[in-house]
Design a protein around this ligand. Structure first.
Ligand SMILES: NC(=O)CCC(=O)C(=O)O
Length: 254
C-alpha cells in the first residue's frame, strides 16, 4: 500500500478497496503494512491518532466479518489513555478481535521514540487453528523478541513495516534469518511511497518458508495485492529433523 502522509480519510478508503479486492479472491488471511492510517506524521498525532483505536477496530472488525476473512491489520497510530502508540489489531473471520499489540522497539532514526510509548506485551494469536505471532518493523532487529514470541509453537511470524529502501537488503537478510532460526513461515508486508523526510519506501514485501527460501518477493515500488500459499504441513518435518526449540540451552541463556 502507498500510505498517504497524514491523510487518514484517503488511507482508510484505500484499505477498504484493497481488503475487499483481496478477500474476493478467497484469501484466508490479509496482512497490512505499518502505520497505514497516517504514515509517520508524528508531529500531528494530537489531531490524527485514532482515539482508543476505535475507528480502526470498528472498521477492520466490520470488514473481517462482512468478507469472512482474517485480517492481520498492520498497525495504526493510536492514542490510548493520553499516550500515543503504534498499534496492531488482528481480527478473525467472525470479526472478533484476536490480539492488540503495541510496537515494543521504537525506531529513533525516524523519531518514533520522541512521540510514541513503547508497548510491553507479547503478541500471540490463533487464526483458523494456526498459532501465529506478529511484530512491527524495527522489532525484527531483536531476534530474542521473536524467539520469545515463537517458542510456544507459533507457525507463522507476521511483520508489518515502513522500511526504507536504503536498508532493504538488511530487511531481507534479517527476515530470512528469523524464518530459519525459528523454523517458521515469515510474511512481511512493507509499504511503498514517500515518507516525510525524503524517505523512500520500496515495498519488497516477502513470504519466506521455514528453510529461508523466498516464496514470494513483491516487485519493488508497486502497490498491490500479492498472494502466496503456505504448506503448513511441511513445518513439522523441518522441526522434527533439526529440533532447535528442544535443543535450546535455556539453563545458559534467557
Ligand atoms: N519503521 C521502522 O521501524 C523502521 C525500521 C528500520 O528502518 C530499520 O532499519 O530498522
Amino acid at each position: 500500500m502507498d500510505v498517504k502522509y497524514a491523510q487518514a480519510e484517503v488511507n482508510y478508503e484505500r484499505v477498504q478497496q484493497l481488503v475487499t479486492e483481496a478477500a474476493a479472491a478467497k484469501t484466508d488471511i490479509i496482512v497490512l503494512p505499518e502505520m497505514w492510517n497516517i504514515g509517520y506524521a508524528l508531529d500531528q498525532l494530537n489531531e490524527l491518532a485514532d482515539k482508543e483505536g476505535n475507528r480502526t477496530k470498528t472498521f477492520l472488525a466490520e470488514l473481517a466479518r462482512k468478507l469472512e476473512v482474517n485480517i492481520v491489520g498492520g498497525s495504526v497510530a493510536t492514542v490510548k489513555n493520553g499516550s500515543f502508540y503504534n498499534t496492531s489489531y488482528v481480527f478473525d473471520r467472525k470479526g472478533k478481535l484476536c490480539s492488540e499489540y503495541d510496537k515494543v522497539h521504537l525506531f529513533g532514526l525516524m523519531h518514533e521514540d520522541k512521540w510514541i510509548t513503547a508497548g510491553a506485551k507479547a503478541n500471540r494469536f490463533v487464526l483458523d487453528g494456526i498459532p501465529a505471532t506478529g511484530v512491527i518493523c524495527y522489532d525484527i532487529r531483536f531476534p530474542e523478541w521473536e524467539r520469545s514470541l515463537m517458542h510456544q509453537g507459533a507457525k507463522v511470524l507476521f511483520v508489518s513495516a515502513q522500511w526504507p529502501e536504503q536498508r532493504i537488503e538488511q530487511w531481507e537478510i534479517m527476515l530470512r534469518a528469523r524464518a530459519i532460526e525459528n523454523q517458521a513461515f515469515v510474511i512481511a508486508v512493507n509499504r511503498v511511497g514517500e515518507g516525510p523526510e525524503g524517505d523512500h519506501f520500496n515495498g519488497h514485501s516477502l513470504a519466506i518458508d521455514p528453510l529461508g527460501n523466498i516464496l514470494l518477493r513483491a516487485p519493488d515500488d508497486k502497490e498491490g495485492i500479492f498472494d502466496v500459499n503456505l504448506d503448513l504441513d511441511s513445518l513439522e518435518a523441518i522441526r522434527g529433523e533439526i529440533p532447535v526449540f528442544l535443543d535450546r540451552r535455556v539453563d545458559l541463556y534467557d
